[in-house]
Write a protein that binds this ligand. Structure first.
Ligand code: FE2
Length: 269
């Protein structure tokens, strides 16, 4: 089974890159299942009903969320009606779920969305939630488990790898919007600290740089806006899964000027 993961899609520039590249990549690489993070897809904050449908129509099969899941209130009913997740470690009583099992080419694939702690809302323990949910899924005979770990701290992401390596097929980080350079397959688990955003590559986390720079200079924040015009990037990890493990993984960075950069995973036994 070949699956692909796209991180934080930021605003219209991100959605444009998805529409331009994903259908072709799906065909070219024979990708069976695509997961992408929607939490910044509409104007940088949350996702609207319209944009959620548009993104799913481009060939995304499941979308994960994060701390910005709730920014567009209209998303709440979609958590039940569409393949949209929110972090699984929100407390009981919060709408939606962060774990869903899909049938892909006769095999079962679980997508698990977990949110970290540093700089994040108060939620249930990410590590205990991930450990217990993975144990339950394996007990239920689910072969492949992919985790979108939505977290700020690199240490939390590394610790999640140490906790789950060999148990899940992939753990890829989101939320920082900045791609890291550590794609590896560790005991059969594909791992990348953060895949990085899909959207504007020449500003600050996909947002117009003016407000963040002012915020850091003066300590006063304005409204973050997605630029109308910018240089764009599309970032995607493509993984081959067999028997509960990842056997091959690489990442593509596609720029809107046609440049493509490929990074292959290193293997750790
Ligand atoms: Fe986030």
């Amino acid at each position: 089974m070949k699956i692909a993961f796209i991180g934080d899609i930021v605003g219209r520039p991100g959605r444009t890159m998805i529409k331009e590249h994903l259908p072709r990549l799906r065909r070219e690489y024979g990708i069976d299942f695509v997961i992408a993070n929607y939490e910044n897809a509409s104007h940088g904050f949350g996702v609207t009903v319209k944009n959620a449908h548009e993104l799913l129509d481009t060939g995304i099969d499941c979308m994960s969320g994060g701390n910005h899941t709730w920014d567009k209130k209209e998303v709440e009913p979609l958590l039940a009606s569409l393949p949209l997740l929110r972090p699984h470690n929100y407390p009981e009583g919060v709408p939606g779920s962060g774990c869903r099992v899909f049938e892909v080419g006769g095999k079962r694939l679980a997508v698990l969305n977990i949110m970290g702690h540093y700089g994040m809302p108060y939620v249930d323990n990410a590590f205990r939630c991930a450990r217990d949910t993975v144990a339950q899924l394996k007990n239920d005979g689910v072969e492949h488990i992919f985790v979108d770990f939505h977290a700020e701290a690199t240490s939390e992401k590394r610790a999640m790898l140490m906790l789950l390596q060999g148990e899940v097929s992939g753990i890829i980080g989101t939320h920082t919007h900045v791609g890291s350079d550590d794609l590896q397959i560790s005991r059969g688990t594909a791992y990348l600290t953060d895949i990085g955003l899909t959207g504007c590559r020449d500003n600050v986390i996909g947002m117009d740089a003016k407000v963040p720079v002012e915020k850091f200079l003066l300590g006063v924040s304005g409204r973050f806006e997605v630029p109308e015009k910018c240089r764009k990037i599309f970032q995607i990890a493509i993984m081959t899964l067999e028997g509960g493990k990842c056997t091959d993984a690489f990442k593509l960075k596609i720029f809107d000027d046609g440049r493509v950069f490929r990074t292959d995973a290193w293997i750790e036994e």
